[in-house]
Design a protein around this ligand. Structure first.
Ligand SMILES: C=CC1=C(C)c2cc3[nH]c(cc4nc(cc5[nH]c(cc1n2)c(C)c5CCC(=O)O)C(CCC(=O)O)=C4C)c(C)c3C=C
Ligand SMILES: [Fe+2]
Ligand SMILES: [Fe+2]
Length: 369
């Protein structure tokens, strides 16, 4: 960079007066490796676990542990786990997130909203900055940031907002930005979860216990004021109410612990083992904090959790898939989006070929006329 450069901002094309406003939704998820190989998993974990929002211990100490131990050992182990759930089209998290974004755009078009929907990943490809650059280059003047996380946590939601602010800090003409913080208690999200569980029970009967397994976070984040734990509890309470479950019929647990510190409790796997040992015959597990199936649900729950329960004496283990492309979920996502877009023009800049293509895609994927 030249010593004499006055402005840190990149030059931009001159503002075009009379430019038609264009509105976009950026649907953001956590991220995933490009391939289930050790080098790609190492690259992904290195970016993810270097984020100070994710690991809140003194930087120097953490960088020593991360580079000295974790990134030497974990990538190969995690790569084998990723390989066990990888789809022909790629990582399940990416496949589902991409499909959800496509469906959302199609559903919104069906309702007459001409909004570009793109997806981005907080870590790995395709990054939030790349997608915001692409939207800006396409003339977008308003962007709604929609996290794929129903519950707010500084470790996830705030981190992706950080990435948006960091991008905006480099840009001269910033589009109008809006952020969805959470939708953990949104009636339509709860209804989508309820319906997916009821659908499962209709064809497979009911379990002795329903386990609602949320991704864990260090217990310290709760003491520091992170609302994640309370939001998980509220989701669980509302879901149990809608399903008509008594306190004895369900259990809330936390999975995916990393490191030696105390995380939110009770932990999922020890709870499944305790249930198997206590004579619980059938458990069903649902993972409401994940809107797409991913490593943590397909491998950790449906493979490791299943084996742990059955080895402990349990007889039947059912994993209830995440919301993925359930029509009730896409409708809920569409309602939530519409609510947050209120007041922004979404009919402007008619782009007939694109609108027709979105409609056709939505119909092909099962949208109602
Ligand atoms: C649902 C929200 C999530 C929260 C909250 C969360 C917190 C959190 N996660 C880690 C460490 C890891 N998570 C990993 C995978 C992973 N995590 C989430 C979501 C949340 N994480 C998802 C959707 C996934 C799956 C990604 C995929 O590619 O399928 C991993 C990587 C996998 C592994 O090596 O085991 C780690 C590591 C921490 C430390 C944390 C909060 C502090
Ligand atoms: Fe995680
Ligand atoms: Fe895990």
């Amino acid at each position: 960079m030249s010593f004499f450069k006055l402005s840190p901002f990149a030059p931009e094309p001159p503002f075009r007066h009379g430019q038609v406003p264009r509105t976009a939704v950026l649907y953001c998820n956590l991220g995933t490796p490009d391939t289930p190989t050790t080098p790609d998993v190492r690259r992904f974990l290195s970016e993810f676990l270097s984020d100070p929002r994710v690991v809140e211990i003194p930087r120097l100490l953490w960088l020593l542990i991360l580079h000295g131990i974790i990134l030497r050992v974990r990538p190969a182990k995690s790569a084998a786990k990723y390989a066990s759930v990888w789809l022909p089209e790629g990582s399940p998290l990416k496949v589902w997130t991409e499909k959800q974004a496509k469906l959302l755009q199609g559903w919104l078009a069906q309702r007459g909203h001409q909004v570009q929907v793109r997806y981005a990943m907080r870590y790995g490809s395709t990054s939030i900055a790349e997608q915001l650059d692409a939207l800006k280059a396409a003339g977008t003047t308003r962007v709604l940031i929609l996290p794929a996380y129903p519950q707010y946590s500084a470790t996830t939601t705030a981190s992706l907002f950080d990435a948006v602010y960091a991008w905006a800090g480099q840009v001269r003409a910033i589009p109008e930005l809006r952020f969805v913080n959470h939708y953990h208690d949104d009636a339509r999200y709860i209804a989508a979860l309820t319906m997916s569980i009821q659908r499962h029970w209709k064809s497979h009967g009911r379990p002795d216990q329903l386990v609602m397994s949320f991704h864990g976070v260090p217990e310290r984040t709760l003491q520091l004021g992170d609302p994640y734990h309370c939001e998980c509890r509220k989701t669980a309470r509302l879901l149990a109410e809608q399903l008509g479950l008594s306190q004895e019929q369900f259990k809330v647990t936390y999975q995916s612990r990393l490191g030696r510190a105390r995380w939110l409790q009770p932990y999922t796997e020890p709870s499944l083992i305790a249930m198997g040992k206590a004579g619980v015959k059938r458990v069903d597990v649902v993972c409401p904090a994940f809107t797409s199936d991913c490593l943590e649900t397909l491998e950790e729950i449906n493979m490791e959790g299943r084996a742990a329960f059955l080895q402990a004496g349990g007889k039947e283990f059912h994993f209830i898939p995440c919301l993925n492309d359930d029509p009730e979920w896409i409708t809920a996502l569409c309602d939530i989006t519409q609510q947050h877009l209120a007041g922004w023009p979404t009919q402007a800049a008619p782009d007939a070929p694109q609108l027709a293509a979105s409609r056709a895609a939505a119909l092909a994927l099962g949208a109602k006329q």
